[in-house]
Design a protein around this ligand. Structure first.
Ligand code: NAD
Length: 341
């Protein structure tokens, strides 16, 4: 069997803790992956002196696959987000974030099964900002929306819907106010939708979407939206299924390169305590296993995680449990070994 090599970024904050847990779980599920550890983020600033060393970019370029734990981004000043830079550098334009109710995980909702496809390279995240005067009395940020960037991510969402037997794509925007930038995204969506008559299409204003997501999340299927709205709505969607601790993501481009990561950040408030929930990164690793053609291992891993999440005594603190990261991971691994998963 061809064993793919994956560039592995351990990340900052809780990153190393959840990475160690995820490597154990991937080994136990029979995933055939070779790991190549590379530096990035605050840890890399301390070591090679650069938050995104050239050796890291070269490794991902060579392997075309990465598993990335969260990286800290300084707020206000400091270096630019390494997460955003990686997505832009490898042109990973589609950020796929599934949010599906997990049996047994405490949550206000049941029956949630939606996927947010977030445009990953444009919008306000293009990084074009400046102060208008030296006294910094005002600042401007420019949102870039192109027809090219809109079309490829909307096509991705429709193709994703077809591939996964999903029935509807909801395009989320604010074109009533941002008539040109968001209007362009909406117009492009209406054009693309004509090519997919088998998939239902609707558009929805972002504020109404936020409300409907918390009133009737089950009405959504695939959501496609721009970078900022996608960022916000995918955390909201994670909240619908039990929280950030259980939300995975994939960043996909046309070149074949793909990077998998949890939706959550470095959780500095609990870092170093060994109590983080590693499910988000483990479920991202399951998406990676699917991506490289190892669906059996992916399924075993998902089932092992679900079994550990279903028992109150093996849940981590974010889900109301008392288990620490290692105890949760033991439960995932034992469940797979026992064949319960
Ligand atoms: P966060 O996601 O790190 O934390 C928000 C809350 O959720 C915290 O209370 C935290 O303890 C909890 N939480 C998050 N993940 C958890 C887990 N696995 N288990 C248990 N609890 C968990 O968001 P933040 O505090 O806004 O951001 C912290 C840092 O992370 C910032 O530097 C930010 O830029 C960065 N960040 C990185 C990524 C990424 O690497 N893709 C994503 C989001 C934020």
């Amino acid at each position: 069997m061809n064993v793919p090599t994956v560039s592995l970024i351990e990340g900052d904050g809780i990153g190393p803790e959840i990475t160690a847990a995820t490597l154990r779980a991937v080994e136990a599920c029979g995933g055939q992956l070779a790991w190549e550890r590379v530096d990035a983020g605050a840890g890399a600033v301390a070591r090679p002196g650069d938050p995104l060393p050239a050796a890291t970019l070269a490794s991902i370029q060579r392997n075309q696959l990465a598993l990335k734990a969260p990286l800290a981004t300084p707020s206000g000043g400091g270096y630019r987000s390494v997460n955003v830079t990686l997505r832009q550098h490898f042109d990973l334009y589609a950020n796929v974030r599934p949010a599906k109710t997990i049996a047994g995980v405490p949550s206000r909702f049941t029956g949630v099964d939606l996927v947010i496809v977030r445009e990953n390279t444009e919008d306000l995240y293009a990084g074009i900002e400046h102060y208008v005067d030296p006294r910094r009395t005002a600042a401007e940020s420019i949102a870039i929306i192109t027809r090219f960037g809109s079309e490829r991510v909307i096509v991705y969402a429709f193709e994703y819907a077809r591939r996964h037997g999903r029935r509807k794509v909801t395009l989320v925007h604010k074109a009533n106010i941002l008539k040109m930038s968001n209007g362009l995204f909406l117009d492009t969506g209406r054009e693309v939708a004509k090519r997919y008559p088998d998939v239902e299409f609707e558009d929805m204003i972002v504020d109404a979407t936020a409300m409907k997501l918390v009133i009737a999340p089950e009405r959504f299927d695939v959501i496609v939206t721009m970078n900022l709205f996608g960022d916000i709505l995918s955390d909201l969607a994670a909240g619908l299924i039990g929280g950030l601790g259980v939300a995975p993501a994939a960043n996909i481009g046309d070149s074949g390169c793909a990077m998998f990561e949890a939706v959550h950040g470095t959780a500095p408030d609990i870092a170093g305590q060994g109590i983080a929930n590693p499910s988000g990164l483990m479920l991202s690793a399951a998406m990676l296993l699917d991506h490289v053609g190892q669906p059996g291992a992916a399924q075993r891993l998902r089932a092992g995680i679900a079994a550990a999440l279903a028992r109150p005594e093996t849940r981590t603190g974010d889900l109301g449990g008392k288990a620490n990261t290692a105890q949760f991971t033991d439960a995932v691994v034992h469940s797979m070994i026992a064949g319960n998963a």
